[in-house]
Design a protein around this ligand. Structure first.
Ligand code: 13P
Length: 243
C-alpha cells in the first residue's frame, strides 16, 4: 500500500475543488484499492472536498493547523473544526511553512502533539536545503528536524513522515534514486531510535511526476508521495496513484 498525497498549496477555488473531486470519483473504482489517497486542499476548500469525499476511503485535511483547537488566534486553522467535517490527517512543517512563515521546530512539535491528541494523523514534513546538502549535512539536518519536531509526539499514535528536499520542490529537479534511498533509510533508522514504529510510513516529495513515480516507488522505505504541481490535475494525480 502506498500513500498518494496531494498538496494543493494555495491553488483552487471551492468550485474547482468540487470539480476535481467529481472527476476523481468517476475514476476511483478503476484504481488499485491498495493505495491510500490523501488530499490537502487550502483551508477554504476543505469543506468542499469533505462534502464530496467523506463517504469514500480518500482521506483529507488541512495544510497547516494551530496547536490549539479554538480561542483568540485570528487567522489560524483549527484542527478540531477540520475533524468536525471528517478530516483524518493534517500537514505539519512543510518547508514553505518553515521558510516563508518562519515556523520553528518548537511550534511544530506542539502541532504534532495536538493533532495526535485530537485523533488526527500528522504528516510531518522534513527536508534539507541545497546549501545543507552541498555541505554534506543532509542526514544531520533530517535527524535534528525529526528529534525536535517529534519531541512531544506519542510514539504509539499514528504518524506519517514526508521527506521533501527543499531544492527538489517545484523545481523539476527530482532527487536521485540513491539520494532518496539513503535519506529514507536514515529517516527509518532515526524514527526507530526515537521509539516510533518501524512501519511509520515515509513519503517522498519534490517534483514527483507520472514519469518518475514508478521508479521512485520501487525504492526501499518509500511508502508513497507528497505531490504538489502534479496533484492539481486528476489525470496526473491518478497516473501517479496507479503506480
Ligand atoms: P512539487 O511536487 O510541485 O515539487 O511540490 C512538492 C511539495 O511541496 C509537496 O508538498
Amino acid at each position: 500500500m502506498k500513500i498518494i498525497a496531494a498538496n494543493w498549496k494555495l491553488h483552487k477555488t471551492p468550485q474547482e475543488a468540487r470539480e476535481f473531486c467529481d472527476q476523481l470519483l468517476t475514476q476511483i473504482p478503476k484504481l488499485k484499492a491498495k493505495n491510500q489517497l490523501m488530499i490537502f486542499p487550502s483551508a477554504l476548500c476543505l469543506e468542499a472536498v469533505a462534502e464530496k469525499l467523506k463517504v469514500t476511503s480518500v482521506q483529507f485535511g488541512l495544510q497547516n493547523v494551530h496547536f490549539e483547537g479554538q480561542g483568540a488566534f485570528t487567522g489560524e486553522n483549527s484542527a478540531t473544526a477540520s475533524l468536525s467535517v471528517g478530516a483524518q490527517v493534517a500537514l505539519v512543517g512543510h518547508s514553505e511553512r518553515r521558510a516563508l512563515f518562519h515556523e520553528k521546530d518548537e511550534v511544530l512539535a506542539k502541532k504534532v502533539k495536538f493533532l495526535q491528541e485530537q485523533g488526527l494523523t500528522p504528516v510531518f514534513c522534513i527536508g534539507e536545503t541545497l546549501a545543507e546538502r552541498e555541505s554534506q549535512r543532509t542526514i544531520e539536518v533530517l535527524e535534528y528536524q525529526l528529534r525536535e519536531g517529534l519531541k512531544l509526539a506519542f510514539p504509539q499514535k499514528s504518524l506519517v513522515v514526508a521527506y521533501e528536499p527543499v531544492w527538489a520542490i517545484g523545481t523539476g529537479k527530482v532527487a536521485s534514486l540513491e539520494q532518496v534511498e539513503e535519506a529514507h533509510q536514515e529517516v527509518n533508522r532515526i524514527l526507530k531510535e526515537l521509539g516510533f514504529n518501524s512501519a511509520t510510513p515515509i513519503l517522498y516529495g519534490g517534483s514527483v511526476k507520472p514519469d518518475n513515480a514508478s521508479l521512485l516507488a520501487s525504492i526501499p522505505h518509500v511508502h508513497g508521495f507528497l505531490i504538489g504541481g502534479a496533484s492539481l490535475h486528476v489525470e496526473s494525480y491518478l497516473a501517479i496513484a496507479s503506480v
